[in-house]
Design a protein around this ligand. Structure first.
Ligand SMILES: [Zn+2]
Length: 302
């Protein structure tokens, strides 16, 4: 059996356990992507950086692709080291009280359309996406497919509300799958591979009971490795013959100790922990599989 490690970095001012629902776009940690990228590459691994482009960015900075223009040389550097730069979108808009709320589907689609158009005009050739807070549906995938997006990594297995329009998706499906064989309501030939994030029921010391969480590279190593062991067991039981994909996430803010000066019981907020977690992950997977490789999202073949 083979294993594939997919390291993803959502470049936004997302946070760990922040109480602020829709981020104010403070962007304190974007430049940390360089050291994050270098550290990951030093372990012979690669990462996909999902960079935000959406209506909130437009409202705040005047351009949907602001992040691509404003940190242009950073993304070019990251790309030059064999990593991937991809599209990330928070589908939120202002309501009549000027507060950010989740967009209805038709506004979300317009948001994605304008954002992808701007990103392509900025000169970056994007083939992967991660769309936040949106029920997946045929229209959405038809739209991103029209921009030649071939890989999407938006799905959190276990978050049922996200899949309300995709009743054919197994509840806890964790392996990559071709959307054109599973979306049934339109007769179009989509050609997108969906690569769900890995989820485990994790119990932090402050939880009453375990919660489904995506596995974050900035968790303290004991929580991180426990989740990896659980996932390995489930993958081996459910998918004994196929390659196992370990699709993991982090945000630049989560390694910025200035943003998180206090101690946290689940998150370490340190790049040192991220490196230790990846090293332990490599060691464990190398002892459990015939071959282990790290690849970017756009390289996955379902
Ligand atoms: Zn995000």
């Amino acid at each position: 059996m083979n294993a594939s490690i997919l390291i993803t970095v959502d470049v936004d001012d997302d946070y760990a356990n922040s109480s602020t629902k829709f981020m104010p776009l403070s962007w304190q940690s974007v430049e940390l992507c360089k050291v994050i990228s270098d550290s990951i590459n030093s372990l012979a691994c690669f990462a996909t950086f999902f960079v935000r482009a959406d209506q909130q960015i437009y409202n705040t900075f005047g351009d949907y692709a602001y992040m691509f223009y404003n940190h242009n040389s950073l993304w070019k550097y990251i790309l030059s080291r064999g990593n991937e730069v991809a599209f990330h979108s928070h589908l939120i808009g202002k309501n009549s009280f000027a507060r950010y709320v989740m967009q209805p589907v038709h506004e979300g689609l317009e948001n994605i359309d304008r954002s992808l158009d701007a990103v392509f005009k900025s000169g970056f050739h994007i083939t992967s996406s991660r769309l936040s807070g949106f029920p997946m549906n045929d229209e959405l995938f038809t739209l991103i497919n029209s921009y030649n997006i071939t890989h999407d990594s938006s799905c959190f297995p276990g978050f049922q509300s996200q899949m309300q329009n995709c009743s054919t998706w197994p509840y806890r499906l964790t392996q990559p799958f071709k959307l054109n064989t599973l979306l049934g309501t339109q007769q179009q030939n989509l050609d997108i591979i969906e690569i769900p994030l890995l989820i485990d029921d994790i119990k932090a010391p402050y939880d009453d009971k375990p919660k489904p969480r995506y596995i974050n590279l900035t968790y303290h190593t004991k929580y991180f490795m426990k989740a990896i062991h659980n996932c390995h067991r489930q993958l081996s039981n459910n998918w004994p013959k196929s390659t196992h994909y370990y699709n993991l996430i982090m945000h630049p803010d989560e390694v910025n100790s200035h943003v998180h000066p206090g101690k946290h019981e689940l998150y370490s907020f340190s790049l040192k922990t991220v490196i230790a977690n990846i090293s332990q992950l490599l060691k464990f997977l190398e002892s459990s599989y015939t071959s282990v490789k790290s690849e970017t999202i756009c390289k996955v073949i379902a």
